[in-house]
Design a protein around this ligand. Structure first.
Ligand SMILES: [Cu+2]
Length: 204
């Protein structure tokens, strides 16, 4: 009896544990697919003088956090002509206009819009559309980036299984083509040389 009881307890515990695991996984998956939750996305600003990633798709209500991961300071300065007309202008340093952000920037001065080592700047996007921005001191060497804001965010964020399916399909098509060519080649071989053997047999 005691053994049966503890076995039943064990099974109950195991069932509860796996149910809890499944629920957690389901919730995590639902969270990944739910794009209008105000997620945070990180863009690193590196000593290689790039934004990484330099092209990011987010959902309305999401926040982008730009972090300086190296020792060189950068700015995050919206290109006033390349953001949606209905959107608020944004720039590190809190400037309301691009010309002001450009003029005020001084390397090493946080009040000028410079985002130094281990510091960050963030902006929450609400209006859908395409936003281009740049780094004042490094724009000339190509330190520019884009944030796309669209309902649902990036399609790829639904999960890693989404791009995996086309890959599997492509592999299947390639494999089927190889098999098909092999069959055709074999058929050709047997038709051609199979006939010759027949001639030899008839000759003998
Ligand atoms: Cu920069």
């Amino acid at each position: 009896m005691a053994n049966q009881a503890s076995r039943r307890e064990f099974l109950t515990d195991a069932t509860t544990a796996s149910l809890a695991g499944a629920t957690t996984a389901g919730r995590a998956r639902a969270g990944a697919g739910r794009a209008q939750t105000g997620e945070r996305h990180v863009v690193e600003m590196t000593d290689g003088l790039v934004y990484d990633p330099d092209d990011l798709t987010v959902a309305p209500g999401d926040t982008v956090v730009w972090e300086t991961v190296g020792t060189v300071g950068h700015s995050v300065t919206a290109d006033a002509d390349e953001i949606p007309a209905a959107a608020d202008y944004f720039a590190s340093g809190g400037f309301g206009r691009e010309s002001v952000a450009r003029n005020r920037y001084r390397a090493g001065d946080p009040d000028s819009g410079d985002v130094g080592e281990r510091e960050s700047f963030e902006h929450t996007f609400s209006v859908e559309g395409s936003y281009e921005y740049f780094c004042v001191p490094h724009e000339a060497v190509g330190m520019v980036g884009t944030v796309e804001v669209r309902a649902g965010g990036a399609p790829d964020e639904d999960g890693p299984t989404v791009p995996a399916v086309p890959d599997a399909a492509r592999t299947l098509v390639v494999a089927a083509s190889v098999v098909f060519l092999a069959v055709v080649a074999l058929a050709y071989f047997f038709l051609k040389y199979g006939g010759d053997y027949g001639t030899v047999e008839r000759g003998g």
